[in-house]
Design a protein around this ligand. Sequence first.
Ligand code: NDP
Ligand code: MG
Length: 388
Amino acid sequence: MRKISIFGSTGSVGRSTVSLVQRHKSAYEILALSGCSNVELLAQQARDLRPNFAVIADENRLDELCRALEGSGVSAVGGREALLEAAELPVDWFMSAIVGIAGLEVSLKAAGSARVLALANKESLVCGGFLLKRICAENGCTLIPVDSEHSALFQIFEAVNYDGIENVFLTASGGPFLRSPIEQLASVTPEQAANHPNWNMGTRISIDSASMFNKAMELIELKELFPIEWRKFQVLIHPQSLVHGIVSFVDRGMFAQIGPTDMRHPISVALNWPERREQGLQPVDLTKLGPLEFERPDVSKFPALEQAELVMELGGLAGAVFNGAKERAADLFISRKIRFTEMAEIVGKVLNRHARRVSGKQSQFDLPAVRSADLWARSVFDEIAGTP
Ligand code: NDP
Ligand code: MG
């Protein structure tokens, strides 16, 4: 039996992971599941999968979790310390699917003790790529990306090597505002922004998709994951979300990965790697597909894409600054304190201020430096936005 843990099990990626594990329950021994606010779902998952620990990150909800798990034999624990301790339990496979910077330290702990780290939490690579890769290397932990585009490229690079690559194309659906005139963007609501046309995801990543902050994060994630010069990366709008990644070579040959528009597929790739397993997903019927479209993104409408280039150019803590500012932007947009377009405007200013204050390349850093870059970015964002 494989020992596994699923962190962020109550979220969108977490629920999809749980559903795959539920199909083959006897194959797994579950060490820990974690949630933050959704006690009811965490308790339900724990009663079904019988982990050793159910961890609720919000300590104030621990009593509620204890009551919900009474008599189940599952130990309920709560709070940040408990979360990090549980992330260190040695497992064969660990799913890191907490949203935001809160997932970074969990990924770092897991990389120190898991054999395979399935990484959905893109913030781990964007903010702490150097640290995460170092711990994985020291511990012999295999890092498998779960983000669909990076999973696609991971699958392609299992078949081909890195020689002779001309470009790596990162596909993007374009989000809900792909065809909206640029002038309309200032007045869109959080509800409209969270309404993704193709993917069913958590609120934050959906809003990030609408602004293309998500694609910007994915460019940085790509740079951290694969040993390829980042200037070879290109974002390609592909509204059908069927081709998840493309690699082109100097001889003009191309490899593209097609898969269902369903996160259970990349999760299954990571869960079963290096094997493949039938998971009850609908096949992609090529005969029923309409035209597949590809186009260049409008960078004036989605400035986050150029900001990602600056982050990759600067390296070091620029990813943590970018992510901290972007997370703060989403908080303020969701609470209707700033407009949709102000998110990228102000993130750009925070990043430029960071660029002016750093001298030379800083490729190495520690966790406290990431934390302080994150806090710095949030407070500079507030200062520029004029919010408390
Ligand atoms: P959701 O918002 O749906 O779920 C987030 C999970 O994290 C929940 O389990 C939530 O608990 C938990 N959580 C939230 N805040 C904290 C905290 N402070 N401490 C501990 N746990 C916390 O997110 P998604 O599933 O959409 O995304 C998860 C990660 O995967 C993100 O990094 C995202 O960018 C990435 N990703 C997601 C994709 C998708 O299709 N959704 C695709 C590719 C990448 P609770 O709900 O109980 O409060
Ligand atoms: Mg993605």
